[in-house]
Design a protein around this ligand. Sequence first.
Ligand code: ATP
Ligand code: MG
Length: 219
Amino acid sequence: MTLKRQIMTDPSPEQKVTEQHVEQAEKNEARLLKKKAVVDQRIAAATEERGVTILLTGNGKGKSSSAFGTMARALGHGQKSSVIQFIKGRKATGEQLFFGSHPLVDFHVMGHGFTWETRNPELEKEAAEQAWALAKSVLSDPSVHFVLLDEITYMYKYGYLNEDDLIAALNSRPAHQNVMMTGRTAPRVLLDSVDTHSKIANERHAFANGVKAQVGIEW
Ligand code: ATP
Ligand code: MG
């Protein structure tokens, strides 16, 4: 091939780059279309309409705050919500101060007993049973759309409540009711029965590097 002919037929470096871009864009589009087809198929297959049970566990930060975030989502749609916190903090939390006065929210913090600081098994068990009685009535109330049982899993870890009672109440709750539960660890029977379970891993936490717990972030 003469040099002249080669110059006429071979693409210039700019042309080559453009062709590669076009080829890549076509490949990307084909991949996206394929993905979209899979997602569309899944959307078409998900036809069941009912409430779900969601469990958030793990040692990382973000379980309770995520559950309260979801409750804000439900409230945005006018859904009546109920919160039962199974651990009593030293002070009122931001979520209690904020959601506690919302007209669609019933907010309960376990009366006495279980806190992170003090341990008194007898008082704790009594408080746990009272909170559970309340939870049970909420789990059978069709007017409540969203239920948050915050830190409930510790009640099973310490043997204050019976996990089979929880499963029975979840199974017989109103069909449209959504329930979120949190706690670092959970009994096997609960892990196996919820519709959605996310485990939040602790990759790093500011506290481990000496940063003080702060209002608006920790409580
Ligand atoms: P949050 O309420 O911030 O979403 P959480 O519900 O995931 O946290 P809990 O196990 O309930 O976490 O712990 C309650 C408190 O401990 C929160 O103030 C939180 O910021 C803090 N915390 C959570 N994870 C860690 C961790 N890995 N190290 C230190 N402190 C943590
Ligand atoms: Mg929590």
